[in-house]
Write a protein that binds this ligand. Structure first.
Ligand SMILES: Cc1cc2nc3c(=O)[nH]c(=O)nc-3n(C[C@H](O)[C@H](O)[C@H](O)COP(=O)(O)O)c2cc1C
Length: 391
C-alpha cells in the first residue's frame, strides 16, 4: 500500500491517494508527499523537534488527549470525561476543577523583569538527593500510560522517561499502578537498567506490600524512594478493585525507618500534613494535587506552596508539580520556594510521541526557557531565585 507523509507534521498515511485532510494537523492533500517504506519508517523514528513528538502523540492518543497548545483541564477538552463515567485518561478527576486550578494559580503569579546589571549565562545546575542535575526540573512519577490506546508499552514508557531525563542531565520519578508487582515492575526495571537513575514513588499500598517494593527498589541503586500519600484517592486503583490506604504518622515513620534511603512523601497540599511528613522523617515533601486527579475542587499548587514552604522552614526539601508547561512556570514555583519542579503530562506526551528522544527534547526545552527566565529576572543561579523575583 502506498505511503504518504504530511510535510507539515510528518503524519504517515497509507492509501492509494493522500487523505482529504491530515487527521493530525488538518492540512489538505497538497501538503502530502509519497514516501518509500523506508522513509515512512524513518519518519516514525526519532523526532527532530519537540513539536514533531507532540504531533505524533496527538495521533496516537486520538480520543484521549488532543495535545492542545494549552493543557489546562478545560471542561470542553476531550480528556475531561471522568465525571461522566469514562476512565480518567490524562484528565482530572470529577469536573477537573483541581486540574484547572493548577494552571490558573500559576497564571496569577507574575514575574518581575530585572534587566539592569552585569550580563551572565544563568546556571541551572543543582545537587538533588546526592545526584548532580543539569536543571531543577524532573519528570514526575507517572504510570499506567500503556492503557491509553496501547500507544506505548509500559516498559517502553518507563524507559523513555528514565533515559530521556538522563540524556538531558536530569532525573525522573517513576509512579506505581495497579498492575505493577514486586516481580513485574516496569518502573523499577527501567531505573535499574539506567544504573539507579530514577526515584520510585509507590502507591500507599498495605505496609507489608510497600516494604517488599522498597527492598526491591534498594537493589536498583536509586537515590531515594517515596509514597504518594494522595494515591489513596487513585481512580485507577479503585476501578481495578485494588486496596490503597490513608497512612498514619506511625505508618509513615515505620516506612522511613525501614530503609536507609531518603524518603519522599508526595501529594501534600496542607501545611499540617507537611509538618507530619517532616516529623515522620521525610527528606522531601512533594507538594502536589496529583495533577488534579484525586480530589476535585482543591486549590492550585502555586496557591498553597508558599504556606507549606514557610511551615517546613528548611527541615526538608520541597518539590512542586501541577500545571507546569513552560520554563517560566518552573521559575514561578522556584520563586515561591520549591527546590525542584516535576513535570507530568508533558513528559507523558513527549514519551508517547517521541520515546526517550521526545523526553530529552521536552526537558531541554524547559531548561532553556528557565535559563531565559532567570536572565530576565536577574537570577544568575538557583540560589538567587526567591520571592523577590515575583511581582
Ligand atoms: C496519566 C497520569 C498518571 C499519573 N500517575 C501517577 C503515579 O503513578 N504516581 C504519582 O505519584 N503520581 C501520578 N501522577 C501525577 C503526577 O506525578 C503529577 O503529580 C502530575 O501529573 C503533575 O501535573 P501535570 O500533569 O499538570 O504536570 C500521574 C499523572 C498523570 C497525568
Amino acid at each position: 500500500m502506498p505511503k504518504w507523509r504530511c510535510t507539515v507534521c510528518n503524519y504517515i498515511h497509507e492509501g492509494e491517494t493522500p487523505p482529504d485532510k491530515c487527521p493530525v494537523c488538518g492540512v489538505g492533500p497538497e501538503k502530502f508527499v509519497r514516501v518509500s517504506d523506508d522513509e515512512a519508517a524513518g519518519a516514525a523514528g526519532e523526532p527532530e523537534t519537540l513539536e514533531e513528538a507532540r504531533d505524533r502523540c496527538r495521533e496516537k492518543l486520538r480520543g484521549i488527549c488532543a495535545v492542545y497548545p494549552r493543557c489546562d483541564g478545560d471542561k470542553n477538552s476531550i480528556c475531561q470525561r471522568e465525571a461522566y463515567g469514562k476512565p480518567i485518561g490524562l484528565g482530572g478527576v470529577g469536573s477537573g476543577l483541581s486540574f484547572q486550578a493548577n494552571v490558573a494559580a500559576l497564571a496569577k503569579v507574575e514575574l518581575r523583569t530585572r534587566v539592569v546589571g552585569p550580563h551572565f549565562d544563568a546556571d541551572t545546575q543543582l545537587t538533588f538527593l546526592g545526584r548532580k542535575l543539569s536543571m531543577p526540573i524532573l519528570g514526575a512519577s507517572t504510570s499506567g500510560v500503556s492503557k491509553y490506546n496501547d500507544a506505548i508499552s509500559e516498559d517502553d514508557f518507563c524507559r523513555a522517561c528514565v533515559e530521556g531525563c538522563k540524556e538531558a542531565g536530569t532525573m525522573t520519578l517513576r509512579g506505581d499502578t495497579f498492575f505493577y508487582t514486586v516481580k513485574e515492575n516496569p518502573a523499577l526495571d527501567a531505573i535499574e537498567a539506567a544504573g539507579g537513575w530514577g526515584i520510585p514513588i509507590f502507591k500507599p499500598r498495605a505496609q507489608d506490600a510497600l516494604k517488599e517494593l522498597i527492598e526491591r527498589a534498594e537493589k536498583t541503586g536509586c537515590p531515594a524512594v517515596g509514597v504518594d500519600l494522595d494515591g489513596c484517592g487513585s481512580s485507577n486503583f479503585a476501578r481495578a478493585g485494588k486496596p490503597v490506604y490513608r497512612k498514619t504518622i506511625e505508618d509513615m515513620k515505620e516506612l522511613v525507618g525501614f530503609t536507609e534511603l531518603p524518603f519522599i512523601f508526595k501529594g501534600i497540599m496542607d501545611a499540617d500534613d507537611a509538618e507530619a511528613c517532616v516529623a515522620a522523617g521525610a527528606k522531601v515533601v512533594a507538594v502536589s494535587n496529583h495533577g488534579g486527579r484525586v480530589l476535585d475542587g482543591t486549590p492550585g499548587v502555586a496557591d498553597v506552596l508558599p504556606g507549606i514552604v514557610d511551615r517546613v522552614d528548611g527541615s526538608a526539601l520541597v518539590t512542586a508539580d501541577g500545571g507546569v508547561r513552560t520554563g517560566y512556570d518552573v521559575l514561578k514555583l522556584l520563586g515561591l520556594g520549591a527546590t525542584a519542579v516535576l513535570i507530568g503530562r508533558d513528559v507523558i506526551r513527549a514519551a508517547i510521541g517521541g520515546g526517550s528522544k521526545g523526553v530529552e527534547l521536552q526537558m531541554n526545552r524547559l531548561g532553556s526557557v528557565l535559563r531565559k527566565g532567570m536572565l530576565m529576572t536577574g537570577c544568575k543561579d538557583l540560589a538567587s531565585i526567591d520571592r523577590r523575583i515575583l511581582d
